[in-house]
Design a protein around this ligand. Sequence first.
Ligand code: NAD
Length: 496
Amino acid sequence: MTDLPHVANWVDGAYTRASPASIAVVNPATELPVATIDATPRDVVDAIVTRSQQQFASGAWSHAEASDRFAVLVKAAALLRSNLAEFVELEVRQTGRPVREMQTQLARVPEWLEYFAGLARVHEGAVTPFKGPVVNTLTRLPIGVVAQITPWNHPLLIATKKIGAALAAGNTVIVKPSELAPLSVLKLGELFQTAGLPDGTLQIICGYGRDTGKFLCENAHLARIDLTGGLATYRAIAPVAAYNMIPMTAELGGKAPVCIFPSMGSDMEQAVKAALFASFIASGQTCVTGSRLLVHADIYDEFVALLLLRTKALRVGDPTDPETQIGAVINQASVERCSAFVSRAVEDGGKILCGGKPSERKGFFFEPTLIETHSKSDLSCNEVFGPVIAILKCTSEEDIIAVANGTDFALGASVWTRDFTQAHRVAEKIDAGVVWVNGHHLNDPSSPWGGFRQSGIGKENGREAYESYTKVKSTVLNYGVSPAWFDDKAENARYG
Ligand code: NAD
């Protein structure tokens, strides 16, 4: 471990070691450590929050002109674009996701910075229709020091979405990336510095969630906590955030249904490709993984036969090979979780159609798995976060809608039909933060992203995300109302 490169926290514009303690970052495809990172203790976390408060109060960024914020974020986007290869390499190494996936995903990440730069530049206040000779202006102000707790599955995309929105609005940001895949996010510090962001405005600190993440979220001086992660993590953070009156955004898990209707029978290839993409991209490790395929009985047999052929042909392997379609899962715990879901599904009467076990190659790999099951099974209701997919035969449109809405999650869903009226009807009835019609995983910085019920609170992307990083100030300017109270003459005049 001593020969490994150590990537320290990014604090006040420099890589700064928090303490002698360190954590190894492991390449899931090889099981070998690739670097070490800091395990930031509470006193250092608290000192960084204090320093960030001072930075916010200095006004160097919080009072910067909108045009200056715009310029910095646009420059950061350009730098990210020109250094994409380096970021792709880091993402592949720390997540085990295929290079072809990361190239495609990362090529779009700069757009988030450009979008929020644009919002910062064009954002206008408002004047209310206040009665009388009064002008009431509403202005949006940055809120302060914000904590962003991010996961390992899309390390750079998710951190950049959050950082872009918060910086555009003028805040000071402390990011705590996942200890499993923090390396690409740690690189953002230097990139923003080169783009002209004042030092201390973006701090990136590492450590385990149960320690460093917890220490950060327990600090009462934060203005907002923005988490993407699991429900258990939300439940660990939310009580203390509520006690400290710190608002939270929570982007949590999902159990996205992929609803396939009979009219897709005219284009079965398309339906099967849709399911493959929805279910197996990122080895099923996205919050909107199409983890439940709800297929209408009229086309079920034909669909499943074709899907099986295509699933068995997926190329699982070395993520650095451009031909590889399916990479690793994040760690051994994930392999074991996938195996446990398979065992429970089988005990519950499920039938393994393909896969069902860890791959034999070295590394944390799990075979793309399809299991025929029923709508109340553990596999149908709970998040696997891996390539283990439930297939359910449904008898009608109503049945598909009922099953789609039948879990505690409500994040993403897709509807595949060639029937225009059915598309509208079903999309309207599905309870999810994002419903795609004839698409899945489609994402854009302008499109609000976030779930209902146990899938989360609040939104990423769009105006909603930007505004969540602001506070509204109402300024009431009187240009004609005289103070009347406790002035007998004026009061008598008013009531006489
Ligand atoms: P996780 O909840 O284990 O970790 C997320 C982050 O929280 C990490 O940085 C971790 O260190 C930190 N953390 C853990 N415990 C903490 C605590 N007590 N206090 C403060 N911080 C703590 O999640 P993960 O395994 O990294 O990511 C997978 C989960 O994220 C899945 O449930 C997935 O659905 C969800 N996710 C949701 C979205 C979305 O947009 N809704 C996107 C991606 C992932």
